[in-house]
Ligand binder design. Structure first.
Ligand code: ADP
Ligand code: MG
Ligand code: MG
Length: 850
C-alpha cells in the first residue's frame, strides 16, 4: 500500500486533525485535534482505516507496516524518556479502536501493553509503587487475553470474586501486593489452561497482537449488528490508535472519568459526569464500583471531583468550554488524572435526549457558539435477557429490558425494548449512553432492586415481580412503578417553539399532518402542522352508531337501498368535516374519498351478524350469502379506491356532498372560507379519473343549484400505483393535485405486502438485499424513481399541479432529504412526527442550497 498509513500526535508534532475522521476514526482524529489545540493528551499515533480494510480483506497487515510501527514507537520512547521492552523504566501503551462514526463500546481497546514478568518490578520502582504495577499487569493480562486470545472475561472475574471472598476484600482497589501477586498467577494459569500457551511476554508481540485484534473487532458480531441498526456502512473500517499510557490507577491522587460539557438529559449548562478515584479505563462505565459525581451533588453521598480535586475540576471545566467552542457542539470527554495532573483521552459529540438537544441547540445559539443543529416514560412487560426481549418484541409486545447492567452484547435487545432498567451503573454507563442514543427511556442504577437471574424475578425486599409483569419507568425522574402508569405526551417547550420557528424559516417544503379526528388535528396544529395532507374518511365510518348504516349500505343489492343507508350517514360526515374545518381555519385539507375494500367493513362474529340482521331486517343466511359474495382473496389489490367509486358512485357523491356542505355551513356560520381538496384514491389511468371526476362534478353542480352557491374546491388524485406514476402526464390533465401514497406505492412497486413482509424483511436487511427497510425509508432507486418520473411528467402537462407526499416516508428524515430534491410542495405525516419532519425539511434545504 502506498498511502500514508500512520499519523502521529504529540505536543511536538501532529500530522492529523479532526477533518480526517474517515481515515483516523473519530477518536484518532480528535486526539490529533486536541493535541493541536495544546490540550494535554498523552502522545501517540493512529493507523488508518485503510490499513484496517486491507487487513479485513487480506487477513494480514500491509507489508512494511510492522517496521513502521516500530519506528513510531521509538518516537514515543524518546518523547517519554522511557523504553518499550524490558527496561528500567518501561513505556506502556494502549491500543484503541474507533471508526469515523462513534460506536460506543462496540469494539475493543487494550491498555498497559508492554508489561511482562520481567519489567513489572521496574515499573514498580519507577513509580515507587508495587501495588500499582501489579494492578496494571493483571489488567493487561485480563484485557489482552480476552480481546486477543479469546478467553472469556468471566474466567477472570471469577478469580477476582473468589479472592475477594477468600480474603474478605470488598473493592478491587483494596487488594494488596500479595493478593495481586496471587491474582496474577491465577490469571496466568487461566490463560495457559485455555490457550495452551503462556501469556505472551514479548512487548512487540503484544502490540501487534493488539492491533490485529482491534482491526478484527470491526467484524465482530456486535459491531456488525450495531452498524446494521444505525445504518453505518461496513466499508468504513476502524482506526487503531497507539497511545502512551497515563495512570489513573496510580494512587488516591489519581482517577479516571467521563464528563459531558452539558447535561445530556436536560441540556442544562454544567459540567456533568462521573469519575472514580484510583481506577483505570472503563472502570467507570463497567459498573464495578459506584462512580462519584463530577459536580457537587447533595443527593449523592460519594465525594465529588469538584470538592476532592478542585484544581483538576477547574482545569477540566476550562478544557470543556474550550472544546465546546472549538467543535461548536456539546462534547463527551474521557479524562484521566495521574497524580493530580489532568490528561484528555477522548472527545466526541455527545449523545443526548431529544429534550436536551433542543435546549442545547437554542442555548448554543444564544451564547453565540454555534448553529449546528429521552428521558420520557415507558410501559412494558419485564424481560430479563436481550434475546427474549427481541423475541417478544417481534411478537408485537412492549417490553422493558431489566438487567443488572447492560453490555454491548445486549444491543439487539435494547433496540427491541420500549425502555431499559438496570440495577447498577450511573448516568454514563453503557445502558444510559446507548439508551440516550436510541432515544429510549432508561432508568439506571436502581440499587434498591435485586434481580434473581435464575428464577427470573426482580424485587425490592417487599414485592417480587416475575417475567411478563408490567412496570412503568420514568427516565426523567429515575422512578420505577409497578403496573401501568399513564404516560403523558410531551408538551412543546419555549425552546421547542423557537426551534420550530427556525425550521420554518429555512425549509422549503410545507409540512402537513395525516389526521382525521379532532384530537389528532389539535395535536398536529400544536406541533406546527400547516394543514392536513391526508384525511382518511373510512375512519369516520367505524365509530359507534355509524358502522350499522355502513354495513347496511354494503349489504344492499340495489342502488336505492344503498342510497337509503347513505342518507343515515351524511349528517355524521357533515358534522365531522365541520369540526375539522373549524380547527384548521383556512389551512388546507385534503380529504380522501373512501378507499378500503368493502371487505374490511364486514361483520366478523356471529353476534355481529345477528345484530346487523336485526337492525336492517334481513335474515342471517342472507348476510352469510353476501359475505361470501363480498369477500376477496386479495383485497389490497381488489375492489377498492376509485374502483369502488365507479361501481357505486352514490358513495363518493354522498361524501363529496358532505364535504362541500360542511364548507358551506362553516362559511355561512363562522365566515371561514375552506377550500377542500377532494382526493380520489388508487387511480391507475386518466380515463378512470376523468370518468369519476365527471360524475362528481355533475353531482356538485346539482348541489350548487339547489343552494344557489358556488363551492370552492379542487379535485386531485393519489399516486400509489406504478401504473399511475407512468401515466402521470395524462392523469395530470384531469387533476389539480397529486399526493403520493408511498406506502402502497412501495407495496406495488416492489411487490411486497407490508403485512406479510416482516417475516423475511429483517433478514433481507441483515443480508444487505435492502440497505434499509423500504417501508421505513423510501427505496430511492425504485419507488423514489417512480415518484420522480411522476412529478416530472405531471408538472410538464399541468404546470399548476400541486404535489405532496402522504405516506409514512413523509415523516422519515432520509426520505425527506430525497423528497426535497424533487419539485414537490409539501409532505404530510402522522402528528407526532411533525417536529422531526420540519427539522429534516429545514436541514435538507440548508444542505441542498449550499
Ligand atoms: P472505547 O471506545 O470503548 O471508549 P477507548 O479506546 O476510549 O475505548 O478506551 C477505553 C478506556 O481506556 C477509556 O476510558 C480510555 O480513557 C482509557 N484509555 C485508553 N487509552 C488510554 C491511555 N493511553 N492512558 C490511560 N487511559 C487510557
Ligand atoms: Mg468502551
Ligand atoms: Mg472511549
Amino acid at each position: 500500500m502506498d498511502n500514508k498509513l500512520i499519523y502521529e500526535f504529540s505536543s511536538q508534532k501532529t500530522d492529523g486533525d479532526a477533518s480526517l475522521s474517515n481515515l483516523l476514526g473519530g477518536k484518532g482524529a480528535n486526539l490529533a485535534e486536541m493535541s493541536k489545540l495544546g490540550i494535554q493528551v498523552p502522545p501517540g499515533f493512529t493507523i488508518t482505516t485503510e490499513a484496517c480494510n486491507y487487513f479485513s480483506k487480506n487477513k494480514k497487515l500491509p507489508d512494511g507496516l510492522k517496521e513502521e510501527i516500530i519506528n513510531y514507537v521509538s518516537n514515543l520512547e524518546s518523547l517519554s524518556q522511557k523504553s518499550f521492552g524490558n527496561s528500567e523504566s518501561p513505556l506502556l501503551l494502549s491500543v484503541r479502536s474507533g471508526g469515523m462514526i462513534s460506536m460506543p463500546g462496540m469494539m475493543d481497546s487494550i491498555l498497559n501493553i508492554g508489561l511482562n514478568d520481567d519489567n513489572v518490578q521496574n515499573l514498580a520502582k519507577a513509580f515507587n509503587d508495587e501495588r500499582f504495577a501489579l494492578d496494571s499487569y493483571r489488567r493487561l493480562i485480563q484485557m489482552y487475553s480476552n480481546v486477543v486470545l479469546g478467553v472469556e472475561v468471566d474466567r477472570f472475574e471469577a478469580v477476582i470474586a473468589n479472592k475477594k471472598r477468600m480474603d474478605n476484600v470488598t473493592s478491587d482497589a483494596d487488594f494488596n501486593v500479595d493478593q495481586l501477586d496471587w491474582i496474577i498467577n491465577a490469571y496466568k494459569n487461566t490463560v495457559e489452561r485455555f490457550t495452551n500457551s503462556p501469556f505472551p511476554q514479548d512487548p512487540h508481540e503484544q502490540l501487534v497482537g493488539a492491533i490485529e485484534a482491534v482491526f478484527s473487532s470491526w467484524q465482530n458480531k456486535r459491531a456488525i449488528t450495531y452498524r446494521k441498526i444505525n445504518n453505518i456502512p461496513d466499508s468504513l473500517g476502524t482506526g487503531a490508535t497507539i497511545q502512551t499510557m497515563v495512570f489513573g490507577n496510580l494512587n488516591d491522587k489519581s482517577g479516571t472519568g467521563v464528563a459531558f460539557t452539558r447535561n445530556p438529559s436536560n441540556g442544562s449548562k454544567e459540567l456533568y459526569g462521573e469519575y472514580l478515584i484510583n481506577a483505570q479505563g472503563e472502570d467507570v462505565v463497567a459498573g464495578i464500583r459506584t462512580p462519584h459525581p463530577i459536580k457537587n451533588d447533595d443527593s449523592v453521598e460519594q465525594e465529588s471531583l469538584e470538592s476532592k480535586f478542585p484544581n483538576a475540576y477547574k482545569e477540566i471545566k476550562e478544557i470543556a468550554s474550550k472544546l465546546e467552542s472549538h467543535f461548536k457542539e456539546v462534547q463527551d470527554l474521557e479524562f484521566t488524572i495521574e497524580n493530580e495532573k489532568v490528561y484528555l483521552l477522548q472527545t466526541r459529540k455527545a449523545k443526548r435526549t431529544a429534550q436536551a438537544s433542543i435546549k442545547i441547540a437554542i442555548d448554543l445559539h444564544n451564547e453565540g457558539i454555534a448553529l449546528n443543529a429521552s428521558p420520557g416514560a415507558a410501559v412494558g412487560e419485564i424481560v430479563f435477557d436481550a434475546d427474549k426481549a427481541e423475541k417478544e418484541a417481534n411478537r408485537g409486545r412492549d417490553v422493558i429490558l431489566v438487567r443488572d447492567e447492560t453490555s454491548p452484547e445486549d444491543i439487539h435487545g435494547m433496540h427491541s425494548s420500549v425502555g431499559i432498567l438496570t440495577t447498577k451503573g450511573g448516568m454514563t454507563s453503557h445502558a444510559a449512553v446507548v439508551a440516550r442514543g436510541m432515544g429510549k427511556p432508561c432508568v439506571v442504577g436502581a440499587e434498591g432492586l435485586t434481580i434473581d437471574v435464575e428464577n427470573k424475578t426482580i424485587g425490592n425486599g417487599e414485592r417480587v415481580l416475575t417475567e411478563g409483569d408490567i412496570i412503568s419507568i420514568d427516565g426523567s425522574l429515575g422512578e420505577v412503578y409497578i403496573g401501568e402508569l399513564e404516560t403523558e405526551p410531551p408538551r412543546p417547550s419555549d425552546e421547542f417553539n423557537t426551534l420550530m420557528d427556525w425550521c420554518s424559516e429555512y425549509k422549503r417544503l410545507a409540512v402537513r399532518a395525516n389526521a382525521e379526528t379532532v384530537l389528532d388535528t389539535e395535536k398536529s396544529l400544536e406541533f406546527g402542522a400547516e394543514g392536513i395532507g391526508l384525511c382518511r374518511t373510512e375512519h369516520m365510518f367505524f365509530e359507534g352508531e355509524r358502522i350499522i348504516p355502513m354495513r347496511e349500505m354494503i349489504m344492499s343489492e340495489s342502488q336505492q337501498g344503498r342510497k337509503r343507508a347513505l342518507k343515515k350517514l351524511i349528517d355524521f360526515q357533515i358534522a365531522d368535516f365541520e369540526s375539522l374545518f373549524l380547527l384548521l381555519k383556512e389551512k388546507p385539507i385534503t380529504v380522501r374519498l373512501l378507499d378500503p375494500p368493502m371487505h374490511e367493513f364486514l361483520p366478523k362474529s356471529d353476534i355481529e351478524m345477528t345484530e346487523l340482521g336485526n337492525a336492517i331486517g334481513v335474515s342471517p343466511s342472507y348476510i352469510r350469502e353476501m359475505l361470501v359474495k363480498l369477500s376477496e382473496s386479495n383485497p389490497m389489490l381488489g375492489h377498492r379506491g376509485v374502483r369502488l367509486g365507479l361501481s357505486y358512485p352514490e358513495i363518493y357523491e354522498m361524501q363529496v356532498e358532505a364535504i362541500l356542505r360542511a364548507a358551506y355551513n362553516i362559511q355561512k356560520k363562522d365566515g371561514v372560507l375552506v377550500t377542500p381538496e377532494i382526493m380520489i384514491p388508487l387511480v391507475m389511468n386518466a380515463k378512470e379519473l376523468h370518468q369519476m371526476k365527471n360524475l362528481l362534478i355533475k353531482k356538485i353542480s346539482k348541489e350548487q343549484k339547489k343552494l344557489d352557491y358556488k363551492f370552492e374546491y379542487t379535485i386531485g388524485t393519489m399516486i400509489e400505483l406504478p401504473s399511475a406514476a407512468l401515466n402521470s402526464g395524462s392523469i395530470a390533465e384531469h387533476a389539480d393535485f397529486f399526493s403520493f401514497g408511498t406506502n402502497d406505492l412501495t407495496q406495488t412497486t416492489l411487490g411486497l405486502s407490508r403485512d406479510d413482509a416482516s417475516k423475511f424483511l429483517t433478514k433481507y436487511v441483515e443480508n444487505n438485499i435492502f440497505s434499509q427497510d423500504p417501508f421505513v425509508s423510501i427505496d430511492k432507486k425504485t419507488v423514489g424513481k417512480a415518484v420522480e418520473i411522476s412529478v416530472n411528467d405531471g408538472r410538464q402537462s399541468n404546470k399548476d399541479l400541486k404535489i405532496g407526499v402522504c405516506g409514512e416516508h413523509a415523516g422519515e428524515a432520509e426520505s425527506i432529504h430525497f423528497f426535497n430534491t424533487l419539485e414537490i410542495d409539501y409532505i404530510s405525516c402522522s402528528p407526532f412526527r411533525i417536529p422531526t419532519a420540519k427539522l429534516a425539511a429545514a436541514q435538507a434545504e440548508i444542505i441542498q442550497s449550499n
